[in-house]
Ligand binder design. Structure first.
Ligand code: MN
Ligand code: MN
Length: 460
């Protein structure tokens, strides 16, 4: 604790969590072991849902049934098409007082296989991809990739694919040019360093059959896939296969204070929100934790938050207690849980240092996102900011504010507006991060832990 002096009465000085709450260094370490296990099990939205359903089952959640009445303390869930989950604990207050929403996304940028992905060229078999979400394409060359996803066979049965994660598994990769021959490529802009149609994944290099046979390298790949999974080339058209960085989440730094992994955005908020939801036993307000899909591509589609799937569930809840849905909405509060950019000393020019988030200063409360003069943002009101930050202060949660970049430097959006547009007070909160959307993203364990504490305070 610092010496009290007159200045501190009026001014605010941000603190490192290790100074403000030294005991939390150890708590954060152990909390993050569980988080890393979640990350390793959940590298796609489908895998995140499967792992979440397993955790919810163990925590006593049962499927929500429309028409059934659930008593306070009841824990229910909805599985939306295996790609989103809603987990809910019925509160002591009636639903007419509103619900507490915490919403994070479980999709992350990656390379999706095209519907006809397999081809061969010059003695190699490859997959054509179409990237998903905002990637910096040059970061995806010459790095080990794993294949994840599902493929439906002609008979309607499903094959679950996951290759490149287990010890001894082969991995795959996108190639890049050697510096010796990159004179022309080096003149491209960075955005164009690797182009979309150059993100081709190397699969195999041994032929099948006789020397004058056609498509020998393609056939060799399909023979392996058919033996292992029982599907044929035509079945790629009814598949969702993607390539993600291979490997597990790891500690970063001599002090092990950070975690490096693929897909922190936004599984770090998904996991912390989910843990808080599972930990709440008898909340005052009904808690609704949503892990959603498609945020990285604009939240459209049946599994994106711009669809009605969540709002239909909320209507079903309101019906359960015979309360007016729209009245419930306007008394509800939502934490739109998503990561924000942390200040990076190597690239100090893109953030304005007085309004940037920093590692280890706690959960980032983001009043607005957007671009070009706050366009397309939920700009949380002063009242909502006051409500949320007072709640965090009361529970001893370390928090900071963060702006997504200098004015007119760029910007971005989250799911906040899709909830706020339905007349629900909403604010963005989440973990500050370095190297967002890269194959290897970086977060600080203390921030992860305090984001969990923030969701816990909200779900009390
Ligand atoms: Mn995100
Ligand atoms: Mn993102």
């Amino acid at each position: 604790m610092k010496q009290e002096n007159k200045t501190e009465t009026y001014l605010y000085e941000p603190q490192h969590i290790a100074d403000a709450r030294p005991d939390d260094v150890q708590s954060a370490q152990s909390f993050c072991e569980d988080y890393k296990a979640f990350l390793n099990a959940a590298k796609t939205e489908r895998e995140a849902v499967a792992e979440t359903l397993r955790l919810l089952g163990a925590a006593g959640y049962t499927p929500f049934e429309y028409g059934k009445t659930f008593e306070p303390g009841s824990k229910v869930y909805v599985d939306n098409r295996g790609k989103c989950v809603i987990a809910c604990t019925i509160g002591r207050r009636p639903l007419s007082d509103g619900v507490r929403l915490a919403i994070a996304h479980i999709d992350s940028p990656r390379l999706d296989m095209k519907p006809n992905p397999l081809y061969e060229s010059s003695g190699l078999a490859l997959f054509k991809t179409h990237y998903y979400g905002g990637i910096r394409k040059y970061q995806w060359g010459a790095t080990p990739l794993a294949l994840h996803g599902v493929v439906y066979r002609a008979d309607g049965t499903r094959a679950d694919v996951r290759i490149g994660e287990d010890e001894g598994d082969p991995v795959f990769c996108v190639t890049d040019l050697l510096p010796h021959l990159a004179a022309d490529q080096s003149k491209r802009t960075l955005a164009d360093g690797l182009r979309g149609e150059e993100l081709n994944i190397v699969l195999a290099s041994l032929p099948d059959g006789e020397e004058d046979d056609k498509d020998r390298f393609k056939r060799a790949v399909m023979r392996i896939l058919h033996e292992k999974y029982g599907f044929t080339e035509r079945d790629f058209t009814r598949a969702e296969l993607c390539a993600v960085p291979a490997g597990k989440a790891v500690d970063v730094g001599f002090d092990r204070s950070m975690i490096g992994a693929y897909g922190h955005d936004d599984r770090v908020c998904a996991y912390t929100a989910l843990r808080a939801e599972m930990d709440t036993a008898s909340p005052e307000y009904t808690t609704v934790c949503v892990l959603t899909d498609k945020e990285e591509v604009g939240s459209d589609g049946v599994t994106g938050l711009n669809s009605d799937y969540l709002f239909h569930f909320l209507q079903d809840l309101a019906d359960m207690q015979g309360v007016v849905y729209r009245h419930m909405l306007r008394r509800s509060m939502c934490l739109s849980a998503d990561v924000n950019a942390a200040f990076d000393p190597t690239f100090p020019d893109v953030l304005e240092k007085n309004n940037a988030a920093y590692l280890n200063r706690g959960v980032c409360v983001t009043k607005y996102t957007g671009a070009r003069g706050k366009s397309s943002t939920n700009d949380a009101s002063a009242e909502v900011m006051a409500f949320v930050t007072n709640l965090l202060d009361a529970e001893g949660v370390c928090w900071q504010t963060g702006e997504l970049g200098k004015v007119d430097q760029g910007g971005g959006g989250t799911i906040a507006k899709y909830v706020a547009n339905r007349n629900v007070d909403t604010v963005d909160i989440g973990v500050p991060m370095l190297s967002m959307h890269a194959p290897f993203e970086l977060v600080a364990k203390l921030d992860v832990y305090h984001t969990y504490l923030a969701f816990s305070a909200f779900a009390k």
